[in-house]
Design a protein around this ligand. Structure first.
Ligand code: MN
Length: 140
């Protein structure tokens, strides 16, 4: 058993992976035979990941705020606390906060045999991000 006290610094999301300010708190890191990598990711309003894929897919679970998710070629979807999204292995996608709201989600992935959790692509440009539906119209 290993207790990790709440002393690990929050890490700013690297600018090559994110547009806007996002912050990452580690929950689980691969160790021994475990391939689980889990993080709590905090997006400020308007912040989002770049386009990317995960070798073994990803589950996100929204815990706070209002978020946006999009798979390549599909419309942007609005997600709220309690919603979870599974991105298929290799599915090109992004996730982030709505323009006027913070969003926090838990992220759970299994890294590949080389320890890679994601392959990163282009940033989500403003024209792509602005295609999001109004979060009021999307309320349900
Ligand atoms: Mn992802």
């Amino acid at each position: 058993m290993r207790i990790t006290k709440n002393t690990i610094e929050t890490t700013p999301g690297p600018p090559e992976w994110f547009t806007g300010a996002a912050y990452i708190d580690a929950i689980a890191t691969p160790t021994g035979p475990s391939r689980l990598s889990a993080n709590s990711v905090h997006f400020t309003p308007g912040a989002r990941t770049a386009w990317h894929t995960h070798p073994n897919g990803q589950t996100i679970y929204v815990t706070e705020g209002v978020g946006l998710v999009q798979g390549r070629g599909a419309p942007i979807e609005v997600v709220r606390p309690g919603d979870r999204v599974f991105f298929e292995p290799g599915e090109d996608h992004w996730h982030g906060a709505a323009p006027t709201r913070f969003m926090t989600h838990l992220s759970m992935v299994e890294v590949d045999g080389k320890g890679n959790s994601a392959t990163w692509g282009a940033h989500v440009v403003d024209d792509e991000y602005r295609a999001a539906p109004s979060i009021d119209e999307a309320r349900r």
